[in-house]
Design a binder for this molecule. Structure first.
Ligand SMILES: *Cc1c(COP(=O)(O)O)cnc(C)c1O
Length: 384
């Protein structure tokens, strides 16, 4: 059909943008060494604490999320130290690669794709607290799985010399996490996820326990120097030129999130994810993440005999809906529909309706409307 096709993002980063935040950046002339910018930066850091649900200091870097991940490794560790990493997909594997790049030996507990990191197995490898740090994802975006941060945090917080590091890049704004109560020492976020703004900023909250470890650690670091950034940010400045336009959009987006309420943002993702899971089942599809699905993104096995790649391609070509195929060995096997960013229930009904047409045309047997109906029922059941 020739007609208007709007592009819509259903990807676990980048995500749909909050337009009023984008416009703020266009209408402000800012130099970063001004009182106006310092005030804006301070307010943004306060809002990040709200967003993270923490009393710990939050620092910001001009980088994608991986920059703050690399910084977590280079700032916490010293040569010769060992770490424990729980992996459940591509982003967990990134922790292992960064550690390796810094010459850090890691003990890896690997969950098969589609499953969460087994905490009982992690417990066996905590090694009486001789490890300097333990790493995990709150939600593994490559597989659509949620990990049990709370249980692992309880285990690690009992160890005085071991820090607990959580990549919450898609966990933030989608998943209830209590970092201070659960013993999370270092938690990482990124701007192109649930904060509804463009890529280019990473965030990290750091506990007192982690600051002490950072003071004594010896791995080399320069740009991603957490202590240095903490000191300059306290003055409302940053060590190097900040991504000022992104800080402005972040400030506006976090003010929107504050108005909406952090818990309501999380409930929004939870509703979308549940409705998507039920719609998939109603359409005769099976979930890729069976036991512990994330709110951030839903992973669905491609229809039998058709696979996922054609679904993703046809959704983009026919409807401008950008879904994601599986990554690495999961490519062709499953596709993902994310629930992050400035994304509402109507966006979901639209993508489900389009998915039905796409599946129908690809020859997958199901009843048109059944997925949308399942999602509608979830909406009504939740008292909306
Ligand atoms: C997006 C993402 C990252 C970071 O990726 P960048 O491309 O560096 O921003 C890390 N972990 C998870 C779980 C993610 O979803």
């Amino acid at each position: 059909m020739a007609g208007i096709i709007k592009e819509r993002l259903y990807t676990p980063g980048p995500t749909p943008l909050l337009m009023e935040a984008q416009l703020r950046a266009l209408t402000m002339t800012l130099h970063h060494r001004t009182d106006a910018f310092r005030a804006l930066m301070r307010e943004t850091l306060d809002n990040l604490q709200y967003y993270f649900n923490t009393k710990n200091d939050v620092i910001v870097f001009a980088s994608s999320g991986t920059g703050a991940m690399e910084g977590a490794i280079s700032n916490l560790l010293s040569p010769g130290e060992r770490v424990l990493i729980g992996t459940a997909g591509k982003f967990g594997e990134r922790w292992v690669q960064i550690a390796k790049a810094y010459g850090i030996e890691s003990v890896v507990v690997e969950a098969p794709y589609g499953h969460p990191v087994p905490i009982a197995e992690m417990k066996k490898h905590l090694d009486g607290g001789k490890l300097r740090a333990v790493f995990i994802q709150a939600t593994e975006s490559s597989t659509g799985v949620r990990n049990d941060v709370q249980s692992l945090g309880q285990l690690v917080s009992a160890l005085p010399d071991t820090c607990f590091v959580v990549d919450a890049i898609t966990g933030l704004g989608t998943t209830g996490i209590l970092p201070d109560q659960w013993g999370v020492d270092l938690m990482i976020g990124g701007s192109q996820k649930a904060t509804m703004i463009a890529p280019g900023l990473s965030f990290a909250s750091v506990s007192e326990k982690a600051w002490k470890t950072i003071e004594n650690s010896k791995l080399p670091r320069y740009y991603f120097d957490y202590s240095k950034e903490r000191k300059t940010l306290a003055k409302g400045e940053s060590s190097y030129t900040p991504a000022a336009s992104l800080v402005v959009t972040l400030n506006a987006a976090l003010n929107y999130i504050k108005q909406l309420g952090r818990e309501n943002l999380i409930a929004n993702a939870a509703l979308l994810a549940e409705a998507t899971r039920e719609a998939a089942v109603a359409l005769g599809l099976t979930p890729f993440a069976v036991s512990s699905p994330a709110n951030a993104v839903t992973s669905i096995n491609g229809p039998a005999g058709i696979g996922s790649t054609k679904v993703v391609k046809d959704m983009r070509a026919g409807f401008g809906a950008i879904l994601t195929d599986g990554q690495g060995t999961m490519q062709g096997q499953m596709f993902r529909i994310a629930h992050l960013g400035y994304y509402d229930f109507l966006d979901l009904l639209a993508v489900l309706g389009a998915l039905e047409i796409t599946l129908h045309k690809l020859g997958h047997k199901m009843e048109l409307g059944s997925g949308v109906r399942a999602a509608q029922n979830v909406y009504l059941r939740q008292g909306n």
